[in-house]
Ligand binder design. Structure first.
Ligand code: GDP
Length: 320
């Protein structure tokens, strides 16, 4: 039987990146013909190059998964580059999509777009209910503008698009570079290296109190593919996550159990905590995706990721 993706032409910006690779693999295994624009051929920060890409490789569905992003460290170090790259690239990709008459755009957004000081799980209707957390405002705000652009482009040009809000990802192929990594990749590297060196102490940033939600990247790719098929409401973003909150302290305990590390933890409170809680409400996701929830729990996903990192350490560490 033919599925939704068989014979579909799909373009995935960022398809050679961390999440993008997992997404491309999923789409291809479901029969899609996937094109991945590479930076050396198409510069998505220039509109003419973006349009050239979509005219030379016409597609039915465009996943905009390219982003310049990273953990709390890079948000402090490179706020301007995060701002300019993501804002301009997003605006160009949508403009080029309508000029090239793409049928549907799936924009990949971020939980950093949510108000940074709300209590409880983050619901889609609260996306504009307050300012982003100061630690991630440049990335969060620029990605959120895609939701605004999507509504405007539907109204004026009839372009169909959806906006997906992703929680913190981890998994094989992530950035393990200390200056860029998110907490899971950063800590996996620290734990594995401490284990290899027999180090007596590991430094962990902040107080350990912030609560985050983690999703295994291959699971997230599944959800994105499903949303590309089933979700069509341009007026309301859709959260993609597990809905399960884990404190950084609990993450540290889980990693310690997974690796057998027996040294001390040094909490460095001079490093930022970021938002105290960032956990998505996933009720609408479950309904929209036919009851889907991420199949890989944190313990299993961490074990797989640690095994991958140990086996690919040199290559993983060399990647930006
Ligand atoms: P965020 O979700 O945007 O805040 O980004 P991160 O994934 O970078 O950080 C999540 C939390 O993990 C923050 O509270 C950090 O202080 C904490 N954390 C603890 N150790 C580390 C580390 O070595 N690297 C990073 N990136 N975060 C860390």
């Amino acid at each position: 039987m033919k599925g939704f993706w068989s014979e579909k032409r799909v373009t995935v910006t960022g398809g050679a990146g961390f999440l993008g690779r997992h997404l491309v693999k999923r789409l291809e295994s479901h029969g899609a013909t996937v094109f991945v624009p590479r930076q050396r051929d198409y510069n998505l920060i220039a509109l003419d190059s973006c349009l050239k890409c979509l005219l030379e490789h016409p597609c039915d569905v465009l996943f905009h998964a390219a982003a310049y992003y990273g953990g709390i460290g890079i948000n402090q170090a490179e706020p301007a580059k995060l701002y300019y790259t993501n804002l301009v690239m997003g605006a160009n990709v949508m403009e080029a999509a309508r000029l090239a008459r793409v049928a549907k755009v799936v924009n990949i957004g971020t939980a950093c777009s949510y108000p940074g000081y709300l209590e409880g799980r983050l619901k889609e209707q609260d996306l504009w209910a307050g300012p982003c957390h100061a630690s991630v405002v440049n990335y969060g705000l620029t990605k959120k503008m895609l939701a605004v652009q999507g509504e405007a482009y539907k109204k004026q040009y009839g372009l169909d698009s959806i906006h997906l809000i992703l929680t913190n990802l981890y998994g094989p192929g992530d950035s393990y570079n200390t200056d860029r990594s998110h907490v899971v990749a950063a800590l996996i590297r620290k734990w594995v290296e401490a284990d290899m060196a027999g180090a007596p102490e590991i430094e962990v940033w902040g107080t350990g109190k912030p609560v985050r939600e983690f999703i295994y990247a291959p699971d997230c790719a599944d959800a994105i593919m499903l949303a590309g098929e089933k979700y069509n409401d341009v007026t309301m973003p859709l959260n993609i996550g597990s809905g399960i909150g884990t404190s950084i302290r609990e993450l540290v305990e889980t990693l310690t159990a997974a690796t057998g590390y027996r040294g001390k933890i040094a909490w460095n409170a001079d490093k930022p905590d970021g938002a105290m809680m960032k956990v998505l409400d996933v009720e609408r996701m479950r309904q929209a995706l036919g009851g889907w929830t991420p199949p890989t729990d944190l313990r299993t996903g961490l074990a797989k990721t640690i095994a991958w990192y140990r086996a690919n350490k040199a290559q993983a560490d060399a990647k930006w």
